[in-house]
Design a protein around this ligand. Sequence first.
Ligand code: SF4
Ligand code: SF4
Length: 436
Amino acid sequence: MNIQTSQMLRQERQNKRFTDKQTQTAAKYLRRLIELPGEPEGIEPFYYALGRIYVKMQGLDLPQGTKTVGTYCVMAPQELIYAAGAVPVKLCSGNYTAFSIGEDIAPRDACPLVKAVAGFKQTGLMPVYEDCSLMVVPVTCDCKKKVAGMLGEMCDVMTMHVPATRGDDEIDEFVSQLYTFAERLEQATGNRITYKTLADGFAKVGYAQRELSEFIRLKKQNPYLIRGSHTMAIMNAAAYMPADRWAAALNRVNVSLRRRAAAGQTVTTKKLPRILLTGSPIVFPNLKIPLLIEEMGGIVAADETCMGERGMYDPPVITDDSFDGMIRALANRSLRPCPCPTFADNSQRLYRLKQLIADNHIQGVIYHVLRGCLVYDFEYKRIEEELGKLGIPVIRLESDYNEEDVEQLRIRIEAFIELIKLRQAPEKRTEVRTAF
Ligand code: SF4
Ligand code: SF4
């Protein structure tokens, strides 16, 4: 056997090991979601989307010839991508196997999300990455900046500058970046972005936002109609489904939740400690934290993470219905209300967290920090102080993309949930039971 053949065989073996390990992890987390009691009717399309990408390792389920554009942050407006006749796919990754490959590429202190992205791109084995006609990377932290450079050596990448502040000048600058993004999309897809196609893009995403707002209304009901882990699966699947298909599937879930509400069928009693989960992104299959919270007897009553509601929560507000007015509405929506800690002034983030705490009667906050994610870690102290003033307990959970920390996380989450139970009024502290 010559050297070239033996190298090829070694590569094949490595690829097979990668594929087996990564599909096993994804299948395991999908199974845990399915086995968690109380899943709503209509959740299957979301499981299908996650399973298709990570277990079957196929590309998006789209008509042949449809182009996809990879995004690495919710600040890249999906509406523009639809306007160019393409479908956006969020490529931030939660994959443990890709992370372990990325560990050899990225520096030790880089965050696991970025290592996983680097690992996937390096293997060249994930169609969802390989199929992209263009990738757009809003540069929100140093890790994103470096990953953009790394990806740029392998595919067509556009970086977007995200300002530290959000005054009128910064919005103007972001508007001009969106015009550049529109040009790059036209080049990548061969389609023109017109007033009509942009309006259609708004309509598509608007449909998803309307269904999401009904879903938020329903999932807030206490006793709960749906568990937070199932909600996170639905929200994560939005990354891999066209917005109108995701919205139609969510509509079916909403119908089933309304039916549950009418029948008085709930997934929990009122006594489960209600947790708000916030911090660094929680991306499938890395759902260990929400699953642990719910397996330990709490409920993720709300989340403020960018694979959760953040991506679609705020609709763009059009005050001028010209083409430029629509682009400006996208720039405003991307920056002004965004609670991402990448901005210097984070009063917006605190406001949003307090709003979620009040709306969902939250009893405790779990603040997730991916190892190496400085922007989120930096914010923790201030948030702990502010929530302390409201009497809301907070814990910081640092985690990585592997299962070595699961036992430690389990112990801390269990202790936190016990603490919340102790703080509940004694008459309310009765045995927790589930309705399913
Ligand atoms: S955490 Fe912030 S920077 Fe990262 S993807 Fe979400 S919104 Fe973008
Ligand atoms: S915001 Fe945090 S998790 Fe996201 S890429 Fe930057 S360091 Fe990683």
